[in-house]
Design a protein around this ligand. Structure first.
Ligand SMILES: [Fe+2]
Ligand SMILES: [Fe+2]
Length: 460
């Protein structure tokens, strides 16, 4: 697709719930959870909320609290990996199976997830450090996650009650949770339900119905509000609750759970805000990618303008560029932030991120084209790119354009341990790839756009 008079891409009507439910799969990846965890938590939590007699409005807020409960999860991944010296995805996955109020469970978890693969002395030192400061570290990590998650919810256009629900997800009924140590009903009802729903899903996935019920009962009155547990016990008698968790059409079932009178049809502005919000979630994953998605989107739009794209086409281009690396949420920070060269298996995993991008975005029917465009940002014209090894005739203009923007930003952006490359050097590298790695027309448009921006900056 190379013509400038490309027809505008206005998709069929989209519902907010459809987009958020699909993007919640990116949050599952970041949490190291089996795909569909947020969706299943929503399925469980909404039934509990209805059983408790929540109002339509409360149910609406609960619905999005459940789907977005992990919105802040990327913001502590790098730190988690640094502190514990272990794969953040595995740590995040396994911590959900731990009753952190039980010292023996907590100690075993720390032993099994700290400094694995490090030499004996280094590991011992790290373990000691974690044992001494574990409480402070946990507070720091949870606080980052909750605060960021709440901010993201507001940026995505949700009511403060949804943000509060996400902020208080890790509070416990007995006041021993975080980040505030809120007790009892000081914690919003949506958070109390979401906490229970996520534990039910995790234990059900790991050990079936009996394991889930045992865990809920064991934490009643400590982690969980007794009234929420009782409501869950009633709901758990219905076999449909459990059947739904493994139903192939769970997506559709969860979409139906959104209170109909509160259902929201997406405007273009809201969709833009959602793409930006998820762009921030992606960029928060690693200090190496801070601001990357936003800058790639800016460069891509500048190139698109130079090439004469219309307003609607630019809009979709911007969204595609913001979300091109959403699949990186499924890559461990042990790989993303590794100071040295990646080994073969790490590189193999890294090269999967565009595939994850395509899988996540294509869950939304009207996003299928965007999924294809975004997932091809590491393809090269000569067929040596990844993940599919596409050749020039198979790579769309939008993808070529995002590739140029992506490489330019990767070269010029400052990183935690090094300053960005000067513009001239980055251009030299891009020029060496002209016609083989990157599209010359897109490269010329990038350079023309940067020159124009420079002139404008001087004039201002
Ligand atoms: Fe990428
Ligand atoms: Fe990128």
């Amino acid at each position: 697709m190379t013509s400038n008079d490309h027809p505008d891409r206005r998709p069929a009507r989209l519902r907010l719930s459809e987009v958020i439910a699909a993007l919640s799969f990116a949050l599952d990846l970041t949490e190291g959870q089996p795909a569909g965890h947020c969706l299943r938590s929503c399925w469980i939590g909404m039934r509990v909320g209805s059983e408790l007699g929540l109002s339509r409005e409360e149910l609406h807020d609960l619905y999005y609290t459940l789907l977005l409960k992990d919105a802040g999860c990327s913001s502590n991944a790098a730190r988690l990996c640094e502190l514990y010296g272990h794969d953040d995805l595995a740590t995040k996955r396994d911590v959900k199976l731990v009753d952190v109020q039980r010292l023996s469970q907590l100690a075993r978890f720390v032993l099994q997830h700290t400094g694995l693969g490090e030499g004996l002395i280094k590991r011992f030192g790290r373990l000691l450090h974690v044992m001494r400061n574990g409480d402070r570290f946990a507070g720091e990590l949870i606080s980052a996650r909750c605060t960021r998650g709440a901010q993201i919810a507001i940026q995505l256009g949700f009511r403060p009650r949804v943000a509060d629900g996400i902020y208080s997800l890790d509070e416990h009924w007995n006041g021993k949770g975080r980040p505030e140590g809120r007790k009892g009903e000081q914690t919003p009802i949506a958070s109390r339900i979401a906490l229970l729903a996520q534990i039910v899903d995790v234990f059900h996935t790991a050990g079936g119905v009996a394991a889930a019920l045992k865990e809920v009962r064991g934490r009643r009155g400590r982690w969980f509000d007794p009234a929420v547990v009782d409501a869950f016990e009633r709901v758990a008698l219905d076999v449909e609750l459990w059947n739904g968790l493994t139903a192939p059409d769970l997506d559709a079932r969860v979409r139906e759970l959104e209170p109909a009178d509160q259902s929201v049809e997406l405007t273009d502005e809201r969709l833009d805000a959602i793409a930006s919000g998820f762009g921030r979630i992606i960029d928060a994953k690693s200090p190496f990618t801070a601001g990357h998605s936003e800058r790639v989107a800016d460069f891509a739009v500048s190139i698109g303008r130079q090439l004469g794209f219309g307003v609607e086409r630019l809009r979709w281009l911007r969204r595609s560029a913001l979300l091109h690396d959403i699949g990186k949420l499924g890559i461990s920070n042990a790989i993303l932030d590794k100071p040295g060269k990646l080994d073969e298996s790490e590189w193999h995993r890294m090269r999967m991120h565009p595939t994850f991008t395509e899988q996540i975005l294509s869950r939304i029917d009207p996003f299928r084209e965007m999924a294809r465009v975004a997932a091809a940002h590491h393809e090269k014209l000569d067929g040596t790119g990844y993940p599919k090894g596409l050749v020039a005739s198979e790579i769309e203009l939008e993808s070529r354009l995002i590739t140029v923007a992506d490489i330019y930003d990767a070269l010029t952006a400052d990183r935690p341990y090094r300053a960005g490359m000067p513009h001239a050097k980055a251009v030299e590298i891009l020029e060496s790839m002209r016609g083989t790695g990157v599209d010359g027309v897109c490269l010329d448009a990038l350079l023309a756009g940067l020159e124009r921006a420079d002139r404008n900056a001087v004039a201002a």
